[in-house]
Design a protein around this ligand. Structure first.
Ligand code: ZDP
Length: 308
């Protein structure tokens, strides 16, 4: 990624976040966290956003950059909410905002819980994909594992969105990718769009070549996250992910849920499975209430101050 420079406000790293706002802070405290290797710069801003709306995209590109910034798969803002305990907003390394983030919400809740903001072990989080209920498992007052009600998977093509079908769902649909070949794909939304492809030997697939072509495929007008799923058994899936706006990551929580949903719908898995991702495992269950519950760890790595 190329650092952005501007003559109007140049600093050592070349990044400019001013964009017309004179009084913006030039330093921010952050916490570096991860959920099975999907890593985030988490910023607590319970008094409100310290940056202007226009700065958030550039800030995410800066903070996520592994050479010019902190380095992360996303920036997560912990913000005040009038309808939940707090609001989470998630920005990808390319500066785009995602509706939801499965590994990120576990980190955001740990951030909130460990600082004693939570009233009890059940926390409600407002996201762009609705209000999520989260249960915290803690040891010595610190969250260790978090279960998230990820909601109902969405298969309706217009809501994902995908142009792959005009019917009720887009499952097992052939999709041709220029210069590579044809994949049989399953479109699912977990609040954010996913393209799930079942394959053998997922370790051998050149995701860095296929991923970007599917992410930007015209069949997914809002772009898409891409999961390659190997069914080890009806209760065990192995998943590799190409994330929209982030590229190859070690894990994707919404992707693990989308993978299970597609596997159940196509008769490949039972409703509860262990999902192995390169960075670790998630337990995912599509309960009879129609909703998917995801359980996994959240870890704090370090705290710091970003200055620019
Ligand atoms: O939908 C998107 O643009 C994703 N890149 C957002 C991040 C999803 C995440 N990896 C997850 O765990 O669900 C954080």
């Amino acid at each position: 990624m190329v650092a952005k420079a501007s003559a109007a406000c140049q600093n050592d790293s070349g990044w400019c976040l001013e964009m017309g706002r004179l009084s913006c802070p030039r330093s921010l405290l952050f916490t570096k966290m991860h959920g099975i290797g999907n890593d985030f710069v988490v910023i607590g801003a319970l008094d409100g956003l310290p940056l202007s709306e226009e700065q958030l995209s550039t800030f995410a590109q800066f903070a996520c950059d592994r050479h010019f910034g902190v380095g992360a798969d996303g920036v997560i803002w912990v913000l005040p909410s009038s309808v939940a305990d707090f609001q989470m907003r998630i920005f990808n390394p390319d500066g785009s905002e995602a509706e939801m983030c499965g590994n990120g919400i576990r980190c955001a809740v740990k951030w909130f819980y460990d600082r004693d903001y939570a009233k009890d072990a059940v926390v409600k989080v407002e996201t762009k994909a609705g209000i999520k209920t989260v249960w915290v498992q803690a040891k010595d007052g610190k969250a260790t594992a978090v279960t998230v009600d990820m909601g109902e998977p969405i298969f309706l093509p217009s809501q994902i969105p995908t142009t792959l079908s005009s019917g009720e769902e887009a499952l097992e649909v052939p999709l041709s990718v220029e210069g590579i070949g044809t994949f049989v794909v399953n479109a699912v939304s977990m609040g954010n769009p996913h393209c799930v492809i079942f394959a053998n030997a997922v370790d051998e697939l050149p995701l860095e070549l296929i991923g970007p072509k599917l992410e930007h495929h015209p069949a997914f007008p809002q772009r898409t996250n891409v999961e390659f799923v190997q069914v080890l058994s009806p209760r065990e899936l192995k998943v590799r992910v190409w994330e929209r706006g982030a590229g190859l990551t070690l894990a994707c929580g919404t992707g693990a849920c989308a993978s299970l949903a597609a596997a159940v719908k196509t008769g490949r898995a039972e409703r509860k499975a262990l999902v192995h991702l390169p960075g670790g495992d998630l337990e995912v269950e599509w309960r009879n209430d129609g909703r998917i519950y995801m359980t996994g760890p959240a870890v704090e790595v370090f705290r710091g101050e970003l200055v620019w």
